[in-house]
Design a protein around this ligand. Structure first.
Ligand SMILES: C[S@@+](CC[C@H](N)C(=O)[O-])C[C@H]1O[C@@H](n2cnc3c(N)ncnc32)[C@H](O)[C@@H]1O
Length: 217
């Protein structure tokens, strides 16, 4: 299903993001699902798939915020899209070390030659700073993609904050046919196996001006 891509990455940077982000990382580590910080969250996998499908929409500089242990979505953009630079970021130093190691290993294996957000919206104290970071990073004609499940009120609160900060916000439920099919199949398995409130990532697009239609199917 995944096409082959040339073995070259555009320039890659993975900075560590300072004290607040370190606090965030430890909140997550002490949270109810500590093992998740060591793996890939479903939103990141869905975002990676989406980025591959929509690789033509990525131009210029792309930044992934909160890419976690793999920054999978950002790396898919880096290997498949015609972009100049991809900045992979996370506040957790361990994530950055792991992503550096992944890139090095793939480089040695000959897979790589050398934004977008899938971060946590569910911790109340960090939603404001995420909106602020997106607003500061976004070019006037750029677009931020956020993949996150509803998780109670948390996604709605994030969208509300983003709107209050002056961003144009749009929410998409059916953004990819394959992902939607899997979602419908999982729903049939029952709530014990799949709870869309925490498992199905919605796509939120954020822009500074009116939204173009380029994310539509
Ligand atoms: C829920 S995890 C998701 C990780 C990854 N996107 C995935 O889906 O596998 C959220 C990530 O965002 C990072 N993060 C959250 N808030 C942050 C902040 N304010 N600054 C930097 N990183 C942050 C955390 O360290 C963590 O790796």
């Amino acid at each position: 299903m995944t096409p082959d891509y040339p073995a070259s990455l555009p320039s890659f940077r993975a900075p560590s993001l300072g004290r607040e982000a370190a606090g965030m990382a430890s909140d997550l580590l002490e949270g109810s699902r500590p093992s998740r910080i060591l793996g890939v969250w479903p939103s990141e996998e869905v975002m990676a798939h989406y980025c591959l499908q929509k690789r033509h929409m990525f131009k210029g500089a792309v930044c992934e915020l909160g890419g976690g242990m793999t920054c999978l979505g950002g790396l898919m953009v880096a290997i498949s899209a015609d972009v100049k630079e991809v900045l992979l970021s996370d506040g957790n130093e361990k994530s950055i070390q792991n992503v550096r190691a992944l890139i090095e290993r793939n480089r040695q294996a000959g897979k790589f030659g050398s934004t977008r957000v899938s971060s946590s919206l569910f911790l109340d104290q960090y939603r404001g700073s995420l909106v602020d970071a997106i607003r500061r990073l976004l070019q006037p004609n750029g677009m931020a993609l956020v993949f996150a499940p509803l998780r109670g009120e948390t996604l709605r609160l994030f969208c509300q904050l983003a709107q209050q900060s002056g961003l144009c916000v749009s929410q998409h439920q059916q953004y990819d046919a394959e992902v939607w099919d899997v979602h419908l199949k999982m729903l049939r398995e029952g709530k014990q196996a799949y709870d869309e409130n925490i498992h199905y990532p919605l796509l939120i697009t954020l822009t500074k001006g009116p939204q173009p239609d380029r994310h539509a199917q």
